[in-house]
Design a protein around this ligand. Sequence first.
Ligand SMILES: Cc1ncc(COP(=O)(O)O)c(C=O)c1O
Length: 372
Amino acid sequence: MTDSLASGPVVARISRDALRHNARLLARLGSPARLMAVVKADGYGHGAVEVARTLEADGVGAFAVAHTSEAAALRAAGVSGTILVFGQPFEDDLAAASTLDLDVMAGSLEAVRRIEVAARIGAPLRVHAKVETGLNRLGLDPAEVPEALRRLREAPGVTVAGLWSHLATSDAFADVQADALAAFDGLAPDVPRHLTASGPLVDGHGVRIDPRGFVRCGIALYGLAPDGNPATPARVGLRPALALESRVVRLRTLAPGETVSYGRRFVASQPTRIATVSVGYADGLPRLLSNRGWMGIDGQRAPISGVVCMDMTMLDLGDPAGPMAASVREGDRVAAMGPGGPSLEEVAAWAETIPYEIATGLGNRVPRVYVD
Ligand SMILES: Cc1ncc(COP(=O)(O)O)c(C=O)c1O
């Protein structure tokens, strides 16, 4: 990253220290199972390659993505640990899995059949059979599991590397799902289990640690709250890794009755200093923050005024003679999200969504700058 991009109009600063800290914390919570760092969706917006490289250098040995293309990008970048692809594999995925040494899942008997065919052509495959225990999204029905395991075990070149499921909640239903997976303990005592993601690990429900298995953590790895509660990261000792930073590109004073942004939805009721900031919904700042929420500027909170535009957002600095208006200059840095500004959890609440969507929604054009 060149210096000019690092100080450009909008930048996501990502702390490698925070990533390492969070990974070590989660590894401790999940011990003796191993941490599988979930880096799908470009590392929840944080940059999958950099996140995986940083964590692999710090001793994390397993990663997960949703699509084969994401796994291929990690291998191309030199990531050498286990990479599990969460998505249902088709023929092309299986061919790539054997070439790129990826772990695949089997989430239906149809997928088991495709794996048998791929293995017959000589491709060695490590397979994690996924069991449907309550999310009702992607997985073998429990009644199909004995047949799936038998066929996978008999398929030449196939290693059954895991039996796993995914939780629908982190409340008491997680225990119900954990029990449903544990029902196969007798049938497959030799196969490692994995079930637990960030939420259960952080708040305790459904945590069943198989010492040979994994805990698959995404959101908490990035220091964000699985339950969306802004207080959760500090409560459990997680550090937010990402700060979205922008700059003031224009300052002007409005007379009473003048309006701000498209649709004229902010009307100045008194003389008001307005800062235009170069971050908008194309950068991942939700448009639902229009006339809602604030950003951090010069250690103070400046409310968003008017609708969020594609590339710019306006902030209300208040009375032109007041302390905030007096201190802010064109070029000043603005904390749009993360440390110094509202947390991603707060932004998510304003936008009526979850921190996962805010993080993964960060715009492609926003340079990611990694700091130690
Ligand atoms: C199958 C699977 N496991 C684990 C995770 C990680 O979940 P979290 O980000 O809540 O830790 C995900 C994320 O959606 C997932 O799809």
